[in-house]
Write a protein that binds this ligand. Structure first.
Ligand SMILES: Cc1cc2nc3c(=O)[nH]c(=O)nc-3n(C[C@H](O)[C@H](O)[C@H](O)COP(=O)(O)OP(=O)(O)OC[C@H]3O[C@@H](n4cnc5c(N)ncnc54)[C@H](O)[C@@H]3O)c2cc1C
Length: 466
């Protein structure tokens, strides 16, 4: 088969790699002038690459660890101690070990123990997500950990990530976070280890591209798909002009470029709204209103991520959760408290993380205005902070960064199989109950290839009479 894979994020690259292994030829279309999607890197100067959005792996992330091995890069992934804190009530509270929980001043001693025991019990006994699918995280937290734990810790965190949808977030989402990520027992109880590829995520993307191209395929960056339609026994993809990424994410706004190319099958790994925007009327009709309705009903929040190069260390922690609702950002991720600054010739990098509903006024700010808006909050965390510490800055926005997983979410997930033979959709909305991440994008890419290959092409065309 000749297959068009739309999107060169982790899912798209892995899918194309699996299809190539199975003897098919893939063209991968990518809007951005680089590989990796949400895990893409930028050149921060001096020959150093850094992800646009902070990235690390958990020890439970086996699919991506296996992929590094498979690609002949077993030593690429390094496991490093992490340090975490909560910022609330005017200070940062270390939160890496169970002892930190016992010393966590904002909660009463009883609430601290109750919170720890609730997580432990969940990890030990709750092996199935089903009982948690019909309740909100808020209700479970208030019942199992108490109102104080919700009001001081979890409520602000959920609001930071999901804004005004926080109270509706399904407990299934939190179950995934609390049970799969890290066990509060054994070696990891004392010190959480997180993974980071020693030369960034980029070499993995390059290795996947090389394998796809060695199989006769092409990985086409800065070449978005602008339109998709059905033709006899296949599909036609129309590309958008180079530089289209500057006009945003809506494929209908891309200037069309060159002759459409014909494929036997298509795997789209783009967000739901982008996929919808690619379809011509005939294909949309063939997919049908039920499936299209699912695409429309899932909401996303936008990641707004400001990366600062600072002339000094900002805090002692890698990861600071902001649980103070007065601060206009939700997390501080000091990359060089995780990977040593020597790796970057002594330079220091801090990500300021935010998740916002579409249309939030912060999304309209340019980097300078955002730094100004954030500075009072940064000073609350580190009173010495001054604008003169900032040597360089980069700002990225990802509209489809976080699907909003409310109660009843599983019924809204669009299946991989769109119902149109040999048209597969694989994106982060289908990662469930786990929280989306590169590890699950690796799994999804493989599942998308399987979904395509599970139906024999000739019998499919015979079946549909096309
Ligand atoms: C702020 C932030 C922090 C994160 N932190 C972590 C972390 O610490 N660890 C972790 O494992 N994961 C993390 N993730 C999540 C992880 O990056 C994603 O889950 C994963 O990369 C998704 O891969 P994907 O291929 O499914 O989707 P994407 O990466 O979104 O890939 C979709 C691709 O399609 C492309 N595209 C869009 N429109 C078109 C078009 N018209 N034509 C062609 N191509 C198009 C996009 O440019 C993109 O490359 C984070 C994400 C964000 C936003």
């Amino acid at each position: 088969m000749r297959v068009a894979v739309i999107g060169a994020g982790v899912a798209g690259l892995v899918c194309a790699h699996r299809l190539t292994e199975a003897g098919h030829t893939c063209d991968v279309y990518e809007r951005w002038p680089g590989l990796g999607g949400q895990a893409a890197t930028i050149d921060v100067g001096g020959g150093h690459l850094l992800e646009r959005y902070y990235h690390h792996l958990f020890t439970s992330d086996r699919h991506i660890a296996d992929l590094f091995d498979e690609l002949g890069m077993p030593d690429e992934l390094q496991w490093r101690p992490s340090s975490m804190a909560f910022f609330l009530e005017g200070r940062s509270w270390p939160f890496t070990t169970p002892l930190h929980l016992l010393r966590f001043g904002p909660l009463s001693p009883f609430s601290r123990v109750r919170m720890g025991l609730a997580v432990l019990k969940l990890q030990k006994t709750a092996h199935d997500v089903a009982p948690f699918e019909r309740m909100t995280a808020r209700d479970w937290i208030r019942r199992s950990m108490g109102a104080q734990a919700y009001d001081k810790v979890w409520g602000p965190l959920l609001r930071g990530k999901f804004g005004d949808r926080a109270d509706d977030i399904s407990m299934a989402w939190l179950w995934g976070k609390l049970t799969m990520r890290r066990k509060l027992e054994g070696k990891e109880a004392r010190q959480e280890l997180l993974g980071y590829p020693q030369r960034s995520w980029e070499p993995m993307f390059g290795a996947l591209r090389d394998r796809i191209e060695a199989g006769g395929g092409r990985v086409l960056i800065d070449r978005p798909a602008a339109g998709l339609r059905r033709v006899a026994q296949g599909f036609e993809v129309t590309a958008g002009a180079p530089g289209s990424f500057r006009t945003g994410h809506d494929p209908e706004r891309y200037e069309r470029h060159g002759e459409p190319e014909r494929y036997d099958a298509v795997v789209a790994t783009v967000p739901n709204d982008v996929f919808r925007g690619l379809l011509d009327d005939d294909l949309a009709e063939a997919i049908g209103p039920e499936y299209l309705g699912r695409l429309e009903r899932i909401e996303y929040h936008t990641a707004l991520c400001l990366l600062l190069e600072l002339d000094r260390r900002f805090s002692p922690f890698y990861w600071t959760n902001i649980a103070d609702p007065e601060l206009p950002f939700v997390g501080l991720v000091e990359h060089t408290n995780f990977v040593e600054p020597e790796r970057y010739d002594g330079r220091r990098f801090l990500y300021i993380a935010n998740y916002l509903a579409p249309g939030d006024p912060l999304l309209a700010l340019d980097p300078e205005a955002l730094i100004e808006r954030y500075t009072p909050g940064l000073r609350k965390v580190n009173p010495g902070f001054d604008r003169s510490w900032v040597r360089e800055r980069w700002l990225h926005r990802e509209p489809a960064a976080q699907p909003i997983v409310t109660v009843g979410y599983p019924e809204r997930i669009p299946p991989l199989d769109t119902g149109v033979p040999h048209l597969v959709l694989a994106n982060t909305t289908q990662i469930y109950p786990e929280d989306r991440g590169t590890n699950y994008a690796v799994r999804l890419g493989g599942d998308a290839a399987d979904a395509l290959l599970s139906r024999d092409l000739n019998s499919v065309w015979a079946e549909t009479g096309s």
